[in-house]
Design a protein around this ligand. Sequence first.
Ligand code: PFF
Length: 450
Amino acid sequence: MSDQLPHKAQWSSRLAFILAASGSAIGLGNIWKFPYLLGEHGGGAFVLVYLIFVLFVGLPIMMAETVIGRLGKQNPVNSMRSAAKKANASQNWQLVGWLGLAAGFLILSYYSVIAGWSMAYLFKMAGGFLANTNALTSQQTFEELRKSADVQIVWHTAFMISTMLIVSRELSTGIERVTGLMMPALFIMLATLDIYAFSSDGFSQGMQFLFEPDFSKLTGESLLIALGQAFFSLGLGMGAIMAYGAYLPDRISITRSTIAVAGADTLVALMAGIAIFPIVFANHLEPTMGPGLIFETLPIAFSKMPGGTLFGSIFFLLVFFAAITSAVALIEPTIAWLTERMDVSRAKASVWAGSACWLMGIGTVFSFSSEEPTRWSGRNFYELIDFVTSDLMLPIGGILIATFVGWILKNELIEEELELGNRTIIWHGLIRYVAPLSVAAILLSALSLI
Ligand code: PFF
């Protein structure tokens, strides 16, 4: 089979690509994970290092992945192979594509379970079942959900079927249409919650927590967590943005589009913090609550505030929108590979890939629901997958992509794609040294945790 099978599908405009790629980037990572991580790691100082990592490490790697995708115009495995061919490099570079496919698939298996929690909360909230929540009942509601395998499986199934329905359609009527509707809606909902937060008593305390850096709270570990979070949040190292780059028409600027995507992702993470922390403080709740922050803490605040059922429902609907537009990006590399290499329809590919992913997600459900889940070197199934993907596969993918584009791919090819002019020297410094070396630092520290 030829390596130069161009895609028939393409994004219809620059905005369509930006919305789809922002849909991939903006997800549970922004609205669930970023707020609780910064709650745990001291607020402002964590935000600052996070921003530095996005700018100097994340953005260059995002540009690099998009370049490979657009050069190859195929699924990440074939795009890597064709880029390696252009550079007269070893065909083994296609393993980077495989690594990406596998990581996206593994991440989606647990992502779907947690996104299922947000659907469960949307229904509880909209149905008024959380109207009289206090600290105790909120904890009980969350525990009940976590301990019930059946209920989690129902929502996990609903979420996975929704994902499959979107990716089973062609690009223009599937991913492009859904992200085109959901991303602007998400932004408007989040802005509404921010305006609400602005008028709440806890606003100044919330802002202080978010934007006043207290460097004494920053540890070596929090630096590494900030870097890992930048990677996860931008959706790097797993071929998702490579797959989306393959559908990018040649006339569209990669540099300007990826800056817009990284900017939108960062803005939404900050806006989520601005929406969440003022109501946490106004209600004298704990910002350091960890993963339960949006599921356990926020419903208490919503039940106390005027219009809480409405605002709470808007909040969980927006979490769902954020999650599903990321889920489609996590599975797209596998769908592209199945349709291009195995010659099956998108509908069939999504049934195969979605069902396999669903099955794997059951392991995550049981790691939350059972009293004594099976453990591998201390980690339950969910923790194991999260660790292997976020702390190992992702940084390895990132280092390899930066190395490949920085050192192996011909400069003329990259310059043609990125059109950086006299800023090329900055790009080189970042992609050759800053990005791979800082990511290598996460990896080494992760290895010491095994
Ligand atoms: N960026 C998403 C989030 O912040 O939740 C997660 C993600 C989506 C990671 C797509 C990787 C990816 F390919």
